[in-house]
Design a protein around this ligand. Structure first.
Ligand code: JFZ
Length: 332
């Protein structure tokens, strides 16, 4: 374990990216503002799989430039880069043979941005990996989360949110089917195709521990060197990943000792939202970085790029200031 996480411990500062079909409507649906996390659009607006695919049919981020993204992270002083290969909407932002619900098959863009980023990261010595939503998958007819189209468990209302499997074990076979048919095959696909250094998981309480452990075992069997974050599998006795994640609120950063990682976003939403103007200052992030580094923790700072493939000007300015400060102080 120590050998596996050494690069991550040394890295200290990384870029987190939430980018998907939701980046295009960017917190707006049918002319009205959708508050909160823009990447939760499908759930908030109860969009069907078919209607969500209409978004894919107009997703064409021709300004996307993988090398520019990696260099932007590098210039900000970041040493690792983690991007949403699949968020809760279930849409694969890579060329997946496991599911047609993917960027190459469904968009006019037709390119594989994960492949381009993996190549650019390697070229520039940036550690690289994926966010993969292993529990929630709103497009899949058997996965936890979608209770507006499929009436699956784990959503907001029908069959209890977190830990639904305790009260409704009869729904378990469905979730297991999804894990076996989509989640594990896609995770293996990501490992074998792109050789990531790290995979970042989320919302473990939407699957029973046994399923989460099964996923962890599949990862270790495929490549034992992959770093896994603390949100893949959790029980009362702790988490089964390589380190601990604090909550999304940066303040929690200061309460955890040991290998930990905070994941603040520049504003409130992780995915790009054109209405979210709550950006924190560069000064705020520099202080946070100094605080976390002095305690031996990592800062994985989130950016939500736009649906056209570019970074928001506000985010760019924050990143430039952080990079400038680090260079001035001989830290990057
Ligand atoms: C999750 C996702 O639902 C969200 O879209 C984003 O990807 C974020 C990074 O992770 O949301 C969470 C998960 C955990 C907490 C808060 C939001 N938490 O522990 O406080």
């Amino acid at each position: 374990h120590d050998e596996r996480v050494q690069w991550w411990r040394d890295a200290r500062f990384g870029m987190f990216i939430h980018w998907g079909l939701y980046s295009l409507p960017a917190g707006e649906w049918k002319g009205k503002e959708v508050k909160g996390y823009s990447e939760h659009l499908m759930r908030k607006e109860k969009i069907t799989r078919t209607a969500y695919l209409d978004l894919a049919h107009v997703f064409n981020p021709v300004k996307f430039n993988a090398e520019e993204w990696i260099l932007t992270a590098k210039n900000a002083g970041m040493r690792y880069f983690i991007i949403t290969a699949k968020h809760h909407d279930g849409f694969a932002m890579y060329d997946s043979k496991v599911s047609d619900f993917n960027v190459v098959k469904q968009t006019p863009f037709k390119r594989d941005p994960m492949a381009e980023l993996a190549t650019a990261a390697k070229k520039h010595g940036m550690k690289f990996g994926f966010y993969y939503s292993h529990a929630f998958d709103w497009e899949h007819p058997d996965a936890p989360g979608n209770d507006w189209e499929y009436q699956n468990p784990g959503g907001d209302k029908l069959i209890g949110g977190a830990n639904w499997f305790d009260n409704h074990p009869e729904w378990l076979p469905k979730a297991v089917k999804y894990v076996d048919e989509k989640a594990i095959p896609q995770i293996k696909e990501l490992i074998n195709k792109y050789h990531p250094d790290i995979i970042w998981f989320d919302t473990p309480h939407k699957l029973p521990l046994s399923e989460n452990i099964k996923i962890l075992k599949a990862i270790r069997d495929t490549d034992p060197n992959i770093v896994v974050n603390g949100r893949l599998a959790r029980s009362s006795s702790g988490n089964f990943g390589d380190y601990v994640n604090t909550g999304d609120r940066p303040a929690e950063l200061l309460t955890v000792a040991g290998d930990s990682e905070a994941i603040p976003t520049t504003n409130e939403s992780y995915g790009y939202s054109k209405h979210d103007k709550s950006h924190k200052s560069a000064r705020f992030f520099i202080q946070l970085l100094a605080n976390s580094a002095s305690r031996g923790g990592n800062l994985l700072m989130n950016i939500g790029p736009k649906g056209d493939g570019t970074f928001d000007q506000k985010d760019k300015q924050i990143l430039d200031s952080i990079g400038g400060w680090l260079k001035q102080n001989g830290a990057a």
